[in-house]
Design a binder for this molecule. Structure first.
Ligand SMILES: [Zn+2]
Length: 242
């Protein structure tokens, strides 16, 4: 645990920003499902098109990207999200550029979320058998840099002002896939929604993969749930920005 317990807030719209089409479901699907179920407006911005999400050397990447947009929309609909947007940046090539930050700020200023939910850019090593994908770390860094200072400052991305997109200050950032959680979100009752939405990403859960996730994700959620005495939880580093 780091710092005092955060004010986790229970109102306002939410923008989830992730690197790949299925990241939101894996990292925070239970939380997003719960919020949508509570009537909050939940939106998704995916920064790459996922066109390297296959080990088949003959897979048509353009077709895969198109497939993944359809899967993203189906998964988001299952979770009860209000909108999805998938940028056309190639999988594995995400960089923290002004162009990427402009698109995140565009979504923030359009949706005006109270919370931006992304992943922790400082998380590199998960145990001794996995380290974090560069697109995940970069997505988190882009999201943080877009939230502050860019989204709330009129001198950043002034072309957006001309489009009528006024500055907007986000109140809180939730970072999943973190090594420094300060909040465990109760997602009891929403794990099935998480797994069912993940199953909508059919191209990514072929063969044994769905079984792997259906075993691993509930185990992980149960382990995190024990931290706060509930059946299932997801872990976040929550930052309150005032
Ligand atoms: Zn990913």
């Amino acid at each position: 645990m780091i710092g005092p317990a955060p004010d986790v807030g229970t109102e306002g719209s939410v923008l989830a920003v992730f690197g790949h089409p299925d990241d939101a479901e894996i990292s925070a699907g239970g939380t997003l499902a719960r919020w949508a179920n509570e009537g909050r407006d939940v939106h998704l911005l995916v920064l790459t098109n996922g066109d390297r999400g296959s080990n088949d050397p003959n897979r048509d990447r353009t077709e895969l990207a198109a497939t993944r947009v359809v899967e993203t929309e189906a998964a988001a609909a299952y979770l009860g999200m209000r909108s999805t947007r998938v940028l056309s940046i190639h999988d594995g090539e995400l960089e923290n550029t002004p162009e990427v930050r402009t698109e995140i700020v565009r979504s923030i200023r359009t949706i005006k979320p109270g919370i931006v939910l992304s992943c922790d850019p400082t998380a590199w090593f998960f145990g001794n058998d996995y380290y974090n994908h560069a697109d995940h770390r970069t997505a988190g860094a882009c999201a943080l840099d877009a939230v502050f200072p860019a989204a709330g400052n009129p001198l950043f991305f002034q072309e957006l002002l001309a489009e009528g997109l006024e500055p907007h200050s986000v109140h809180a950032v939730w970072l999943g896939w973190t090594l420094q959680p300060n909040h465990f979100q109760d997602v009891s009752g929403f794990l099935d929604a998480k797994l069912e939405s993940l199953a909508r990403h059919a191209s990514q859960v072929e063969g044994d993969m769905l079984g792997f996730f259906k075993e691993w994700l509930p185990e992980e959620a149960a382990k995190l749930g024990k931290r706060i005495g509930v059946e299932h939880a997801e872990a976040f580093r929550v930052l309150n920005l005032e």
